[in-house]
Design a protein around this ligand. Structure first.
Ligand code: GSH
Length: 345
């Protein structure tokens, strides 16, 4: 895409417009060490925080970023869209902002669907969360992997989540987690046994058609802005492919098998270390993304991947440690709307 780059002042204006989408304003809050959860409403008159995060509670990609911010002890403006029901993240104000990220300008737009969410394999989705704005430099950063790397590289004072000596190995783990077909396993059922929580299953009928309707209405609204029209059309194509994928038994069986294979790989990786974390004593970005991923798989009813019968004791105890890591408690387990772990019996 040839998107016209905005200057710092325009980015600030676009950021304000995207924050204005959030209704009621109680979902625009300020996060700090004293208030790690979204309790303190933004005042329209206060100075903009250095970092603004656009996200929603349930989004696994947002959970990764919130966990990183909590580890780094960095405050931020939390702009929590009501997605995935109201689709505030589909509004033109937000999409315009997201298109200002470097990755929007360099990656191809998303069009097909393989069940995952990595920009490398799926292309750039212009309508999703999370997006970070660094007000200090007027930079927009999209994509959870790129945001996590950006934060870890720019805020190393409190904890170094990306030690330089093991950076490539950490990124390899991030990519492995990104290959987990989390999106497919959320929207679609394992045809042999739908393990997803009943309240989640109940939300799925008609969900793609609702997305199509909202997207088509926005295409009509932005018809004079070719970049936006292209962005919405790409998303529509992706969601049409997703609708077919999640009811395709063979595709869903293979997605579930792929997730389990990645967990097997984690067991092998953990066998290489004396722990408690993937790279020994050091808690890194690899542990953030694996922690978030295991919590989501557990929520989706896939804890059997590391249950006693599966014989993956290292993943099992690693998961228990992750549940007690304060940043994962804040960024995922206690964050409103995150989707909670089901009680295990
Ligand atoms: N590559 C992106 C993918 C982001 C993504 O798929 N976000 C999901 C939530 S985890 C989303 O916003 N879904 C809403 C939708 O597509 O309607 C990233 O890692 O940030």
């Amino acid at each position: 895409m040839t998107i016209q780059s905005a200057n710092q002042e325009q980015i600030a204006e676009m950021t304000r417009a995207a924050i204005d989408v959030i209704r009621p304003p109680g979902r625009a809050t300020l996060i700090s060490a004293d208030h790690p959860l979204p309790e303190i409403a933004r005042s329209a008159t206060a100075d903009a925080p250095e970092l603004e995060l656009f996200h929603f509670g349930f989004s696994i990609c947002s959970q990764k970023v919130r966990t990183v911010l909590s580890e780094l002890n960095v405050g931020f403006g939390s702009n929590q869209f009501a997605g995935p029901i109201e689709y505030e993240n589909y509004t033109p104000a937000y999409v315009r902002l997201r298109l200002q990220s470097d990755v929007a300008k360099s990656a191809k737009l998303v069009s097909s669907y393989s069940g995952g969410s990595a920009v490398e394999s799926e292309g750039f989705d212009p309508l999703v969360v999370p997006t970070l704005v660094d007000n200090r430099h007027g930079r927009v950063i999209a994509d959870s992997k790129l945001i996590c790397l950006y934060l870890a590289r720019n805020f190393r004072e409190h904890i170094d989540l990306l030690p330089r000596d093991i950076e490539p190995a950490i990124i390899e783990q991030i990519d492995r987690v990104d290959r987990t077909p989390h999106v497919a396993m959320l929207y679609g059922a394992n045809p042999d046994c739908d393990t997803r929580p009943p309240e989640l299953q109940a939300r799925m009928p008609g969900i793609h058609q609702k997305k199509f309707r909202v997207i088509e209405a926005y295409i009509d609204q932005v018809r004079d802005e070719p970049d936006l029209v292209a962005a919405y059309r790409a998303k529509l194509e992706k969601e049409k492919a997703a609708e077919t994928f999640v009811v395709d038994d063979a595709a869903m069986r293979s997605a579930t098998a792929q997730a389990e294979t990645l967990i097997r790989g984690l067991e092998d990786k953990l066998a290489e270390t004396s722990g408690p974390w993937i790279f020994g004593e050091r808690f890194t970005l690899a542990d953030v993304v694996w922690g978030v991923s295991l919590i989501r798989l557990d929520y989706l009813g896939n804890a059997e991947f590391w249950g006693n019968a599966a014989g993956r004791p290292r993943v099992k105890s690693y998961f228990e440690r992750a549940l007690n890591r304060p940043s994962l408690v804040t960024g995922v387990l206690e964050w409103p709307g995150s989707g909670r772990r089901l009680p295990t019996t």
